[in-house]
Ligand binder design. Structure first.
Ligand SMILES: *Cc1c(COP(=O)(O)O)cnc(C)c1O
Length: 236
């Protein structure tokens, strides 16, 4: 399909309803927070959706996408990507060290660095492949047993370890608040941990709460269902 992607000033790109709605919400939230919409990266989370659903969003000018599984992304993105110069792919789901090589090859950013083994493996793979990815450390702000992310109490030391021991340039922090709690305090906590560690980027906020995240300083919001519609079959 001959689509002209990569054209940033795009008066006549085809429109996508879900994307348009989310961009409007994002701009309104940024304005309400006294921030510029242009300093907030909208990541369109396309997990579980096929190329036929993703392509219209790409064609509407969306350039950053998120996936939570390396294997799923490896199956669908190389082909999509070849049609879109400048596209950014973000890994937002847990990473196993045996998938690190594939992840470093495929993605431009990883939001889920959360333990020494992953930090070490990603550092080694980036060196080997001569690639620099944008890296976020995931913080388990609710200290939930079943959830990935470094605990709140070890966040500072893990950030230091990533920097000093593994030589990683850490771009920011990421969190997924507990489902049954108001997200405000979690976003505020993540922003607080970032500030005291001199980190500028905050990956927080999803379809239901990204306006709140923007109020608390989110620089990267990860939005799936509000753009693409409801996901079938998969709970996450
Ligand atoms: C699925 C997912 C999202 C997007 O969730 P929506 O509620 O569909 O916007 C954001 N972040 C992570 C880590 C996810 O797994």
């Amino acid at each position: 399909m001959a689509c002209k992607l990569g054209h940033k000033h795009s008066m006549n790109l085809p429109r996508h309803r879900g994307l348009q709605d989310v961009r409007t919400r994002l701009e309104t939230a940024a304005q309400a927070a006294g921030r510029k919409a242009s300093e907030i990266t909208l990541i369109a989370v396309s997990k579980t959706f096929g190329a036929e659903t993703i392509l219209p969003v790409l064609q509407a000018g969306q350039m950053a996408f998120g996936e939570n599984r390396v294997q799923e992304a490896a199956g669908k993105w190389p082909a999509l990507r070849s049609s879109a110069a400048g596209l950014e792919l973000h890994l937002i789901g847990p990473l196993q060290s045996n998938k690190a090589a594939d992840a470093v090859r495929l993605f431009d950013a990883i939001h889920t660095i959360d333990r020494p083994r992953i930090a070490q493996t990603v550092a080694a793979e980036m060196a080997k492949q001569a690639r620099q990815l944008q890296l976020f450390i995931q913080v388990n702000t609710g200290d939930e047993k079943q959830k990935a992310g470094v605990s709140v109490g070890s966040a500072d030391s893990f950030i230091a370890e990533c920097r000093n021991k593994y030589g990683l340039h850490i771009s920011g922090l990421m969190c997924i608040p507990p489902i049954n709690e108001a997200p405000d305090q979690h976003f505020a906590l993540l922003a607080h941990i970032a500030r005291r560690n001199d980190l500028t980027n905050l990956s927080m906020g999803m379809s239901g709460d990204f306006e709140t995240a923007i109020k608390h300083g989110a620089t990267h919001v990860r939005v799936g269902s509000a753009i693409f519609g409801t996901r079938e079959g998969q709970p996450h």
